[in-house]
Every structure is written in structure tokens, then in C-alpha cells.
Write a protein that binds this ligand. Structure first.
Ligand SMILES: [Zn+2]
Length: 145
């Protein structure tokens, strides 16, 4: 730390330039790291496809068995189950779309840049939430709205 500060002091000319970019040094992604994130996202897409397919098959089966003869309580439980299944499917589809968007951003070379303020989102945050499109500050601002 101390040597770094001393170096900056010696160079002198880069003082105005270096202020503000200090944090972004660790936010540069290597090709290997991007490949790793991409693979993680792709694996999740696979899982989500399976999950959606399973839920839709179940929903279709539920539709077929529904009908005359059910007592009202049973029908109510089925409706609840069905609505829950639909909500889960919608959520899975949403996450899947976000994953696909993240991969598109990796391919476009814009991955890791906040969509709101255009500053680096931060590697740590992205390794925890690979789908994040906003930096912590922008995300918090959005949630407060
Ligand atoms: Zn931001």
C-alpha cells in the first residue's frame, strides 16, 4: 500500500487520472474468468429449462385430471397448487431470460458494467450474483423507489 502511494506521488502527472479509477483495477475480467461465469450461466439455463419443462408437464397433467366430480375443498387445493406452479414457472422463465441477457453481455464485451451509471459493478458482486446488471449503489437506489 505504502509503496503504491509513493509511486503515485513520484509519477505526479497521473494524480488526477488515477483518482476514481483506483477501484476498477480489480474489476478487469480475464478471458478465463469470463468463460467460467459463462459456463455457470449456461449450466443454470439448462437446469431452468428442465425445471420449466417439468412444471409445464405437471400443469398439463393437472388440467387433464381436473373436472367433474371433485369436491370443492379438493378443487381449491388444486387451484392453489396450480397457481403456485405457474408462479414458479414464471420466475424460472424470468431468471432464464436474465441469464441469457448476461451471456449476451459477455459476448458483447459489456459484462460487468452497470446499466445505470456505466461504472464497473464489481467482480465480487458478480461472482455472487452473475446476473446482476446494476452496481450496489444503483441497485439500492432502485430498491428505495
Ligand atoms: Zn451503477
Amino acid at each position: 500500500m505504502a509503496t503504491r502511494a509513493a509511486k503515485t506521488a513520484i509519477t505526479g502527472s497521473s494524480v488526477t487520472e488515477s483518482s476514481g479509477t483506483e477501484n476498477s483495477v480489480s474489476d478487469i475480467w480475464s478471458a478465463e474468468e469470463l468463460t467460467e461465469v459463462r459456463e455457470r450461466l449456461l449450466a443454470e439455463i439448462d437446469e431452468l429449462h428442465t425445471e420449466i419443462l417439468r412444471a409445464e408437464t405437471e400443469l398439463a397433467a393437472g388440467n387433464a385430471s381436473e373436472g367433474a366430480g371433485d369436491d370443492p375443498a379438493d378443487a381449491g387445493a388444486k387451484t392453489y397448487e396450480r397457481e403456485r406452479e405457474i408462479a414458479l414457472t414464471l420466475n424460472a422463465r424470468d431468471v432464464l431470460a436474465q441469464n441469457e441477457r448476461a451471456i449476451a453481455r459477455i459476448d458483447a464485451g459489456t459484462y460487468g458494467v452497470c446499466e445505470s451509471c456505466q461504472r464497473p459493478i464489481g467482480k465480487e458482486r458478480l461472482q455472487a450474483f452473475p446476473r446482476a446488471t446494476l452496481c450496489v449503489a444503483c441497485k439500492q437506489r432502485e430498491e428505495r423507489r
